[in-house]
Design a protein around this ligand. Structure first.
Ligand SMILES: Nc1nc2c(ncn2[C@@H]2O[C@H](COP(=O)(O)OP(=O)(O)O)[C@@H](O)[C@H]2O)c(=O)[nH]1
Ligand SMILES: [Mg+2]
Length: 171
């Protein structure tokens, strides 16, 4: 079982991404739904912990940072990295977590490709500044649209690519 925490600024879509992974992957991989918070990818089962706020994340890290396979950072494309985004990353860094995968979400709210790329650059700069280097995968998408169109393979596409990024990057 891969344990992972979902972090990101309030309102950026953590709970929506968590729900999308949980609801859409069973259709993709033709597996039964697992208990709350769990889902399975091609690699196997995951337990996702959807953080409420940075304090919640810190208490999670305090009890078991070494058991985390990685952290899924959610950044909304309409706001970009926020002070709370940095706070989460600093906490992960301090606890020695080094596997970060990024979901650049709410793409349906941004119709300018340049803005999307600038925000991705800001995310890479922030990761670099906090000492995570340049290895983190960044998956672009819209979890809400995926949930709305999840019965189609095309609708699930972003969420499946996110699952593949977790499979490849988390320990
Ligand atoms: N337009 C749009 N809204 C989204 C998307 N994902 C989440 N939201 C909305 O953003 C708000 C905050 O999402 P939520 O998952 O609760 O954020 P959290 O505070 O990070 O857990 C809710 O109203 C969601 O419906 C998306 O991909 N597109
Ligand atoms: Mg939430």
């Amino acid at each position: 079982m891969v344990q992972a925490a979902v972090v990101g600024s309030q309102g950026h879509g953590k709970s929506t991404v968590t729900q999308a992974l949980r609801e859409l992957l069973p259709q993709e991989y033709r597996q039964p739904q697992l208990p709350p918070g769990q889902f399975a990818t091609a690699r196997g089962p995951y337990q996702l912990y959807d953080c409420v706020d940075p304090d919640d994340f810190r208490s999670r890290l305090a009890v078991g940072a070494d058991q985390l396979g990685g952290v899924l950072l959610v950044v909304s494309a309409d706001e970009g990295p926020m002070p709370e985004t940095r706070e989460y990353l600093a906490a992960a860094r301090e606890a020695g977590v080094s596997q970060i995968a990024v979901f650049l979400g709410k793409l349906d709210l941004v119709d300018d490709r340049d803005i999307e790329l600038i925000i991705e650059l800001e995310i890479h700069e922030l990761l670099d500044e906090l000492g995570f280097g340049d290895q983190s995968p960044v998956v672009h998408g819209s979890a809400l649209q995926a949930l709305r169109n999840g019965n189609s393979r095309k609708g699930r596409h972003d969420v499946v690519r996110l699952a593949q990024a977790l499979d490849g990057h988390f320990r």
